[in-house]
Design a binder for this molecule. Structure first.
Ligand SMILES: Cc1cc2nc3c(=O)[nH]c(=O)nc-3n(C[C@H](O)[C@H](O)[C@H](O)COP(=O)(O)OP(=O)(O)OC[C@H]3O[C@@H](n4cnc5c(N)ncnc54)[C@H](O)[C@@H]3O)c2cc1C
Length: 436
């Protein structure tokens, strides 16, 4: 049986960082990744005639862990195209169109009221489960919107904006998920919005993760699905679907909470993992790329949270080889099951609801919610989960460590959180075992 110091399960951001740090500390590391590529829920793919981020897209300098990687690998950022006009729903259901300033003044009061108590609820973004949040965490984002007494128009717009961030029906997301990210940006909702949806990485996510993978001292085996982890007195035996058995002194498991049951653990995973995995986290949304005929002013459009797409944006102007102009749109909705990627007519209808007058000719996406290696999008918590479970989810279980954005402190749910968790667990291992 092959024997290594550490097996890292998964080569997303958490896994790549953990493997790199462990390897650079002189430990013998083997990374096992089920997919045929590294990057996990980040994936740049050429579709609709353009490089598209099928998973994560945006990063920001207020996210310290990803920014350190941007510096290390000398990556730049590209700003989203400037929005020229905004569409939203009027109180009577009619379509409204206006400037960015008009839309911002429509949502300003609701955005501020939603997070008004952030400084007492979560005084430090690095400790999202400490503070007044302990008394508030039973509330959903919807509970709070219901108390705000906004006009119907402002309410629809505000709720749609938050669906874009939280990617779930708002009555299923804990208020902590909204407050923690605003706490991470010093209490400023505008900066949180900028941080989570404005700057993409020059050269794409996959450009960065490939550089990181090349910097991992040990081997990375792709197409290698881990099926079981059995702990013994000296560590654990990791088994793969293709019959490999590897002994490791430590294991770093990077699977998201929702997908953790995909591996058989002996002894079984701690209760906190089984409980949250059974409940599932709140995120369940969708991100869809679409091709629309022609070029038109770049817009953002906001519908209602019940719509298939609550947020729709015009991202890229393109021209086919035959000279035909088209625009690539991206849509976000609260519930992946409201979207059928094979139903172009249904997709056209979903677009018409938020931005009438376009013709959709092609659609592409990856349904992360039904992908057994993810079963989640970007993690947001159900009411109560964050304060109840975060500290416990960070604890190692014997030889098994857990590094995932799902158990990060600062930007949990984001790439930044994945990196934080990989750093945290690799450091714990480095300080507890010596290289052979
Ligand atoms: C559509 C979408 C949009 C997003 N947008 C943003 C954004 O704009 N900005 C941002 O910061 N974040 C965004 N995110 C979130 C971001 O992608 C994640 O937070 C981050 O990539 C998680 O990294 P991770 O390493 O914790 O998990 P993952 O990337 O999920 O890594 C886990 C790895 O484990 C592998 N694996 C699973 N099971 C097994 C097994 N049995 N054996 C071996 N390997 C296995 C998986 O294939 C995967 O590679 C988005 C996510 C999605 C889905």
């Amino acid at each position: 049986m092959q024997s290594v110091d550490v097996v890292v399960i998964g080569a997303g951001f958490a896994g790549l960082i953990a493997a790199r740090e462990l390897g650079h500390a002189g430990l013998d590391v083997l990374t096992l990744e089920a997919r045929d590529r590294v990057g996990g829920r980040t994936w740049t793919d050429h579709r609709l005639g353009h490089d598209l981020e099928i998973g994560a897209n945006w990063v920001h300098w207020v996210q310290p862990h990803i920014w350190a990687e941007m510096t290390r690998y000398q990556r730049g950022i590209v700003r989203n195209p400037q929005t020229e006009e905004i569409y939203w729903r009027g109180a009577d259901g009619s379509q409204r169109r206006g400037t960015v300033d008009e839309f911002m003044s429509l949502i300003d009061e609701g955005q501020q009221l939603l997070i008004d108590d952030v400084r007492s609820a979560i005084p430090r973004g690095t400790e999202p489960a400490e503070g007044g949040i302990r008394e508030l965490d039973h509330l959903s984002v919807q509970d709070r919107f219901d108390t705000l007494q906004l006009s119907q128009e402002a309410r629809d717009a505000n709720e749609s904006v938050w669906v874009g961030h939280l990617n779930a029906p708002l009555d299923q997301v804990g208020i902590a998920s909204a407050l923690r990210w605003v706490a991470a940006t010093g209490g400023h909702w505008q900066l949180m919005h900028e941080a989570s949806a404005t700057y993409r990485i020059d050269g794409g996510m996959s450009g960065l993760t490939e550089l990181m993978a090349a910097d991992v001292p040990g081997e990375i085996w792709l197409n290698t699905t881990v099926t079981s982890v059995t702990q013994n007195d000296n560590g654990a035996v990791v088994e793969t679907a293709d019959g490999h058995r590897i002994h490791a002194r430590r294991v770093v498991n990077t699977l998201p909470v929702n997908a953790a049951a995909g591996i058989h653990f002996s002894p079984e995973l701690p209760e906190v993992w089984r409980r949250q995995g059974t409940e599932t986290v709140a995120s369940q949304g969708t991100k869809v790329w679409m091709r629309a005929q022609g070029h038109f002013p770049r817009f953002s459009a906001y519908g209602r949270q019940q719509d298939p797409f609550s947020v729709l944006k015009a991202e890229f102007y393109c021209t086919d080889e035959d000279g035909t102009d088209y625009t690539i749109l991206v849509g976000f909705g609260a519930d992946h099951s409201r979207i059928d990627l094979d139903d172009l007519a249904g997709m056209q209808e979903a677009v018409d609801r938020v931005r009438p007058g376009l013709t959709i000719t092609e659609v592409t996406a990856h349904d992360w919610m039904t992908d057994p290696l993810a079963l989640t999008t970007w993690m947001t918590h159900r009411p109560g989960q964050l304060t109840r479970d975060l500290a416990e989810l960070q604890q190692p279980h014997g030889a098994v460590h857990f590094a995932t954005t799902d158990n990060a402190d600062l930007w949990g749910g984001f790439i930044d959180g994945a990196i934080e968790s990989g750093l945290r667990e690799s450091r714990r291992i480095i300080t507890s075992i010596q290289p052979h």
